[in-house]
Write a protein that binds this ligand. Structure first.
Ligand SMILES: [Zn+2]
Length: 425
């Protein structure tokens, strides 16, 4: 066992807190300071520039690709070898916290500093990256940058996506100065490790700070557009109505029933976005548009759930006089992470004396995309308050973050010294 690397926890914590100032806002429901840094907004661009500055200060050579993904590179003693990559994302949801994504990016930079401080060189180059629009909140497709890099989505498709105001990804990349020149299909890494907060309760319940992630459950995003007919709220008899609002409510409740039925495995369904037209107090709604987010660790059960939902939507005209059309927004299948990289992380946690559990991710991550091009796994870091995330209540304490970064540092260092993957662990 080689000497163990320890990151500077205070330095990492300071960076996490500093980055959280960019896009900070007062969250009324919680009374806390939150982070709102949607992809390719001015706030995101400012955060990107800050992270790039920290990358350069750590001696990394920075490049930007055509979908705006940013990589910082530390040369290896044999720089022709495929690199070891770590990273995550720095965009947030509208009501985000300080840790989601940023821990993997700032933790990665801290790993490089820890190697620099000790004068440690590595056989392989090491890169830290962050991917564009991981959250999918602004342009409607999550893991966008990593999916393009991995080849699942075409660059042209990604560039044409628009936000609610009609601004395209391509235009926003140019406007913010992140329309890089590097090919979006990056050189294939030797391996990728993403350190990320768990965003769930498993680690805290087990009393551990870190977890070895076995994989990511499948995600299905659909948009449902309902069409009824507007009518007077006072004069139109109930039986004559084609009320799109009532149909929307029925779909939301049906989704909940499906989740509770047990017929679709561990299905989790959410309608997080709903708008009703024309949106007047005294008018029966003529239309409704909603998003349907389904998660499932079992791809077969997910397919069955999608079919059941489609069948329910097909019955809406007979029940409510409302037609519905489902449109696919995004779909990813369950991903299992690389056994060798997982074993390496587990062995490294043992060497560090860090207790851990194995856990499947309930949330989507860039790692599930990068897993398509190279051996990949993730490190989870426990969160407080039940691991709650996508809210300013999201919180991982400095010890948990430091332990996660230590595990990342030593795992990455071992990979970067290995000529073959099986050797690393
Ligand atoms: Zn994230």
């Amino acid at each position: 066992m080689s000497e163990l690397i320890r990151v500077d926890r205070d330095r990492l914590w300071g960076d996490l807190m500093r980055l959280a100032q960019i896009g900070a806002y007062d969250d009324v429901p919680t009374g806390l300071r939150g982070v709102r840094r949607l992809a390719l907004t001015d706030e995101d661009a400012q955060a990107r520039r800050q992270v790039i500055e920290w990358m350069r200060e750590a001696g990394l050579v920075v490049r930007i690709d055509r979908i705006g993904n940013v990589y910082g590179r530390r040369a290896g003693t044999d720089d022709s070898l495929p690199c070891v990559l770590m990273g995550s994302h720095i965009d947030t949801v509208t009501s985000g916290g300080a840790f989601d994504g940023t821990l993997g990016v700032l933790g990665g930079i801290e790993v490089v500093r820890a190697l620099n401080d000790r004068g440690l060189s590595t056989l392989r180059p090491i890169e830290v990256g962050f991917f564009t629009e991981e959250e999918g909140v602004r342009f409607g497709v999550d893991m966008l940058g990593s999916a393009v890099t991995a080849g699942r989505l075409a660059l042209e498709y990604a560039h044409k996506l628009t936000d609610d105001e009609g601004a395209s990804v391509a235009d926003e990349l140019i406007r913010t100065g992140f329309d890089g020149q590097e090919a979006e299909r990056r050189p294939v890494p030797f391996a990728y490790i993403e350190c990320h907060i768990e965003q769930g309760p498993i680690l805290a319940a087990a009393g551990v700070d870190v977890g070895v992630v076995t994989g990511v459950q499948g995600i299905s995003w659909q948009r449902l557009v309902l069409r009824g007919a507007a009518a007077h709220a006072g004069t139109t008899p109930i039986e004559h109505r084609q009320d799109a609002g009532v149909a929307a409510a029925a779909v939301i409740l049906e989704l909940r029933r499906m989740c509770e039925s047990g017929r679709f495995g561990q299905l989790r369904g959410t309608v997080g976005k709903l708008s009703i037209e024309p949106g007047s107090t005294n008018v029966v709604p003529s239309g409704a548009t909603m998003t349907i987010d389904m998660r499932n660790p079992d791809d077969v059960a997910m397919m069955a759930a999608e079919a059941a939902l489609a069948a329910f939507v097909a019955e809406l005209p007979g029940k409510y006089g409302v037609t519905g059309s489902l449109e696919r927004m995004a779909k990813t299948f369950t991903v299992r992470f690389d056994a060798d990289v997982r074993a390496l992380i587990a062995a490294t946690a043992d060497d560090l004396g860090l207790p851990y559990v194995h856990a499947m991710s309930g949330a989507g991550h860039d790692a599930q995309e990068i897993a398509a091009i190279c051996p990949t796994a993730m490190i989870f870091v426990a969160g407080e308050n039940g691991g709650i995330s996508h809210t300013p209540r999201e919180y991982s304490n400095p010890t948990a973050c430091g332990n996660g970064a230590d595990l990342l540092a030593n795992s990455i260092f071992r990979l970067a010294q290995a000529s073959r993957l099986a050797q690393a662990s």
